[in-house]
Design a protein around this ligand. Structure first.
Ligand SMILES: [Zn+2]
Length: 205
């Protein structure tokens, strides 16, 4: 998969869930995929854009990555392994199939690792699971996304899981529209391109 430097924008976060947005850090899965996580710093930029981690944790991770580049590369590889297992499982689910054993195993390993690093805290009388750079180290982002992924995979929202119909896209999203007939990750990008294409074709005919 070709690596590509990318500055993440709000329009890159249209999946409706951080787990889906992580899958969408690869674009054009249907044609020539480009991977926007070209380095650990890109994963960090993505997580900050998605407001998944605290600023203090982001700074701690940046320092850890600077101090140990090979560890950062290994952590990035683990995050991508999670991303690809999620993607394969979600594509299967979106076509009405069951996720394969291999993907479930990868997700289960990620779940175990995340749960070992998690800490239970009490907030306003309720228990919450919390992750920190201190306990998760460079895997913090993967741990947080894993928690979202497991919740999503157990959730009824998955009935509305879609793969974008757009060309050069392949993004996954949860269709929250009333009609349940959303076809594109983003009407302003893929939706418009598809409409313009149809318009163009009609004019040629
Ligand atoms: Zn799309």
């Amino acid at each position: 998969m070709r690596l590509e430097h990318h500055e993440f924008r709000d329009m890159d976060l249209v999946g409706g869930d951080p787990a889906l947005d992580l899958v969408n850090t690869v674009t054009a899965r249907d044609t020539l995929p480009r991977d926007w996580l070209d380095e650990y710093a890109a994963l960090l930029r993505w997580a900050r854009k998605a407001a998944l981690i605290l600023d203090a944790d982001a700074e701690a991770l940046a320092a850890q990555a600077d101090a140990a580049p090979s560890k950062a590369a290994a952590a990035l590889a683990r995050a991508k392994q999670l991303r690809e297992a999620l993607c394969t499982a979600l594509y299967a689910l979106s076509s009405g199939a069951e996720p394969a054993e291999a993907e479930l195993e990868t997700l289960d390993q990620a779940r175990l690792a995340a749960s070992r690093a998690a800490r239970l805290i009490s907030r306003g009388g309720r228990l919450q699971t919390q992750w920190s750079a201190e306990r998760s180290g460079l895997d913090l982002i993967a741990h947080v996304v894993t928690a979202y992924a497991i919740e999503l995979l157990k959730d009824a929202r998955l009935d509305r899981l879609r793969v974008c119909d757009g060309h050069d896209c392949g993004w996954v999203f949860v269709d929250t529209s009333k009609s349940g007939r959303r076809r594109w990750c983003d009407m302003a990008t893929c939706g418009n391109v598809a409409k313009a294409k149809r318009f163009h074709q009609r004019h040629k005919e």
